[in-house]
Design a protein around this ligand. Structure first.
Ligand code: ATP
Length: 132
């Protein structure tokens, strides 16, 4: 079976470095799939679920947005933060969701709404992946 090499890297760590059968990335313009020997691509990613398949089994990784670069059958994903679904701390994500919701409900000039919305979105996707 043909494969591709996937790496998911953040400024602190390598989260995934594996030979995979396919990968589905949360692109800013919608999800897109990357199969072995895919043409070269560079795409911006949004907060979401990055899925990849190894031995017919799907694995899920949270990513906080970033970039995906496919070249010579190597897919490199660079993200500000990323965790495998199994490593997500559900209680922490719940607390982050509550903090973001509280900030957004304040409707004060002191609240950076874009930042609070992004924090809420990260928390919601983490919760969804932690529970799946
Ligand atoms: P928090 O407010 O809880 O820090 P956040 O969305 O602001 O959430 P990030 O800036 O995305 O956090 O990530 C900071 C670091 O903490 C990264 O290394 C990320 O992998 C890790 N991290 C954040 N939330 C979780 C979680 N719920 N479970 C596991 N690791 C997490």
């Amino acid at each position: 079976m043909s494969t591709l090499q996937l790496s998911v890297v953040t400024p602190d760590k390598t989260v995934v470095s594996e030979t995979v059968e396919m990968c589905i990335c949360p692109g800013v313009a919608g999800e897109f799939g990357v199969l072995p020997n895919h043409v070269s691509i560079l795409s911006a990613l949004k907060i979401g679920d990055l899925r990849y398949r190894v031995n017919g089994k799907d694995e899920h990784v949270f990513i906080s947005g970033g970039f995906a670069d496919m070249n010579n059958n190597v897919l490199s994903v660079l993200a500000e933060s990323a965790e495998k679904a199994a490593d997500i701390d559900e209680a922490r994500a719940r607390a982050a969701k509550e903090r973001a919701e509280k900030r957004l409900a304040e409707k004060s000039d002191k609240v950076d709404e874009t930042r609070a919305n992004a924090a809420l979105q990260r928390a919601l996707v983490r919760l969804q992946l932690a529970r799946s």
